[in-house]
Write a protein that binds this ligand. Sequence first.
Ligand code: C5J
Length: 221
Amino acid sequence: MNGVAASPFLYRFDVARTALVIIDMQRDFVEPGGFGASLGNDVTRLQAIVPTVREVLLAWRAAGGLVVHTREAHAPDLSDCPPAKLQRGNPHLRIGDVGPMGRILVAGEPGNQIVPALAPVPGEIVIDKPGKGAFYATGLHEMLQGRGITHLVFMGVTTEVCVQTSMREANDRGYDCLLVEDGTESYFPEFKAATLAMITAQGAIVGWVAPAHHLIASLSP
Ligand code: C5J
């Protein structure tokens, strides 16, 4: 059993029953010309966490833990993208439009790929999700149940949208969830801060939060 010095209190987990879930570290969110930038956001804030996410990913792989990567991705015919999602916001490029990295948030396009530093390796699970949450219309819960997973450690972007939605979905399904606070980022620092506070409120109502070095230290033999 491992223990991470976390907020609001110690997070205990067994690597064999825990998956590291990396949410949407895709070019579409962290590079210029993608979906995030099309909404007018400064993507350099999100790029900055890539080295930390990689450090945790390498430590997790070395510890032999299961890794899950997600991508926000739609079918080329957008049959899995409801009009309510397609029409929302005021981006200069909408989902499915052609941008400098191919069609925005469409599976298989260059912009939809996970950034090279965090690329999945054989044996890791890669989930394409049409929603913000990793559990909606993906079969992820069944995959995790089949492997005996009870705990999830989250990183990725954006903190208040796809990461928080996925954590809340996971919490409702009975997983104990930890968010790596410097392994997640938002285009809006105040939204990230509010999300960390909401997750840990009321005695870990959604889960725990800890810095990457605390998690890595807990993985050392
Ligand atoms: C958003 C995400 N923000 N991955 N997606 O639309 O958080």
